[in-house]
Design a protein around this ligand. Structure first.
Ligand SMILES: C[S@@+](CC[C@H](N)C(=O)[O-])C[C@H]1O[C@@H](n2cnc3c(N)ncnc32)[C@H](O)[C@@H]1O
Length: 228
């Protein structure tokens, strides 16, 4: 049995209550610090407030187990600020994953058609036996429930590659709940933290749906086993 915990609260203050080295993997998509607006004009809380975002790195480093990974979605816009903060906390870069989109999100100096995630390491994690390629396919969600909703198809391969079943996966900027859903579907424990109460409720509803699905699946497996 795995456990899931969605905490409606502020990331740094909430993480301060966690024990040292209690998390196996961080997968997160923080506010981008780029005055983000989607096509409908929606923004993200703290997207123009670096203190409320970058202060999370020392806590993430503390709660992660030795020799483990933090996977961080972060584009080029605010990379200098982000990398200074993660390096000061102790993280090192072990890779950079590009998600190639079949469309351009916007065009200015170039046509912008990728998203990226940084593979940060704490200590020296063992090399992956079957490493994920650093160019991956992008899956678009339509962003109905959140302006930057990631798809389970994007997050799940990261969770499978950088953690094991039964591990604990943390997302301190949970949004609509995708990382908790992807972790749960892949047999991991999951903890998500989100400031916005509306997104917390949405994440809880998604998670309840996944739990119902997994329970029903388990029951039908049990019936088939008894019948066999
Ligand atoms: C880029 S979005 C994450 C979207 C998410 N990956 C998804 O699939 O829905 C970042 C989220 O962090 C939340 N947030 C911003 N500052 C926060 C803080 N200090 N503590 C916790 N959550 C925060 C925002 O409300 C927003 O939902």
């Amino acid at each position: 049995m795995t456990y899931q915990n969605i905490i409606c609260g502020e990331a740094v203050e909430t993480l301060k209550t966690f024990k040292d080295e209690s998390v196996d993997l961080v997968v997160t998509d923080p506010p981008y610090l780029c005055k983000y607006r989607d096509r409908d004009g929606r923004s993200i809380t703290n997207d123009t407030n670096p203190e409320a975002v970058l202060g999370v790195f020392p806590e993430l480093y503390r709660v992660l187990k030795q020799d483990s990974y933090c996977l961080l979605f972060c584009g080029w816009n605010a990379i200098a600020q982000f990398s200074a903060a993660w390096e000061a906390a102790g993280f090192r870069v072990g890779g950079h994953i590009i998600f190639a989109k079949p469309y351009t999100s916007k065009a200015k100096h170039v046509g912008y058609c990728h998203e990226s995630a940084w593979v940060l390491t704490k200590g020296r994690p063992a090399p992956r036996t079957n490493p994920l390629n650093d160019v991956q396919e992008w899956h678009y969600t339509g962003n109905k429930n959140h302006p930057t909703e990631k798809s389970v198809e994007v997050i799940a391969p990261l969770i499978r590659s950088f953690s094991r079943p039964g591990d604990t996966v943390l997302d301190p900027f949970l949004g609509s709940g995708t990382s908790v859903v992807a972790a749960t579907l892949n047999g991991r424990n999951a903890i998500g933290i989100e400031l916005n109460a509306r997104y917390c409720r949405h994440a809880e509803q998604r998670l309840a749906g996944v739990t119902r699905y997994l329970t029903a699946k388990q029951k039908s497996t049990n019936v088939l086993e008894v019948a066999a």
